[in-house]
Ligand binder design. Structure first.
Ligand code: UTP
Length: 289
């Protein structure tokens, strides 16, 4: 049976503490990399992968994220009256054509697994994608599109993975690998944030998943895991008895934009692709003052 991934869940209800003070009031996902907020990169990547419905899992006080994708009548009227057609297209184009957006509240930041579970009614009984907007992936073929084409062959649950230094395993969910075929990695277990000596491999899950709806049932129990949070990783492990799990070594560069250093790296890398900007950046850095 040919199944398609039509929906993506974007969990954006976290507190963003690693980006304070910038995120005291401003949602982390509204921080810009170069010229657009992180959330917009995620929605653009999803649209490029054929997603038709975006589900934001938000928190009280983060309404700005929904607002970013709504029409802005006063701004649009002003730009139209002044004949600023390029800017008008920018203002109108935050939500790609043919994509719908809905949102649901996560009343309390109980963890990523809980955030995904909050979207269960909007997801319904079909496989879906999950993207964490603070993981920005620069790639020729968008990361989610790579995953969806691999998933069409494997089915089951899938996460994008990359090799991390041994010292960093405690920041990620890590795979216990049972086999590899090209860029696909089969795993029979995952460990959330293991110390380097306990890590079963150095293959870390990054913020891109394709999930069968059975994962939502595994989250029904509300089991608390590492850090007292309801972890998505635990639900994936619980599902492994019945549902195969694959990691996909995607082609591209992931940047963790949940920190000031990552945001700067993303801005510089994206800016450097604009005409003349690479030279400007070199000039700034080589000037004494
Ligand atoms: P992070 O742990 O990276 O985000 O969660 P955070 O909690 O916002 O950031 P720090 O660590 O305090 O700086 C990964 C993703 O999961 C979402 C976050 O918004 C982020 O996109 N998340 C996390 C939720 O939606 N709800 C939660 O309860 C936890």
């Amino acid at each position: 049976m040919h199944r398609d991934i039509r929906k993506v869940v974007l969990p954006v209800a976290g507190l963003g503490t690693r980006c304070l003070p910038a995120t005291k009031v401003l949602p982390k996902e509204m921080l810009p990399a170069w010229d657009r907020p992180l959330i917009q990169y995620a929605v653009e990547e999803a649209a490029a992968a054929g997603i038709r419905e975006v589900i934001l899992v938000t928190a009280p006080g983060k309404e700005m994220l929904e607002q970013h994708f709504r029409p802005a009548p006063a701004l649009e009227a002003s730009l139209a009256a002044r004949g600023k057609h390029d800017l008008l297209a920018q203002a109108r184009g935050t939500l790609p054509a043919g994509v719908g957006i809905a949102s649901v509240l996560q009343p309390e930041a109980l963890g990523l697994g809980h955030a995904v579970w909050c979207a269960r009614e909007l997801v319904g009984n079909e496989p879906f994608a999950v993207m964490l907007p603070d993981d920005l992936v620069l790639a020729d073929t968008p990361c989610l599109a790579q995953m969806i084409s691999a998933w069409r062959e494997t089915g089951g649950n899938m996460a994008a993975v990359e090799e991390v230094p041994a010292a960093d395993t405690a920041r990620y969910g890590i795979l216990r690998v049972t086999g590899e075929r090209g860029p696909l990695v089969a795993a029979d277990s995952l460990v959330e944030k293991p110390a380097p000596q306990d890590a079963p491999s150095r293959l870390a899950i990054i913020g891109r998943y394709i999930l069968e709806p059975s994962v939502l049932r595994a989250l029904d129990a509300g089991k608390r895991g590492a850090g007292g949070e309801i972890q998505l990783t635990d639900a994936l492990v619980d599902s492994m008895a019945t549902t195969p799990f694959h990691g996909l070594r995607f082609a591209g560069r992931r940047i963790d934009c949940g920190s000031a250093a990552g945001l700067l790296e993303a801005s510089v890398r994206i800016a450097a692709r604009q005409p003349g900007m690479g030279e400007k950046i070199h000039a700034w850095l080589s000037r004494d003052r």
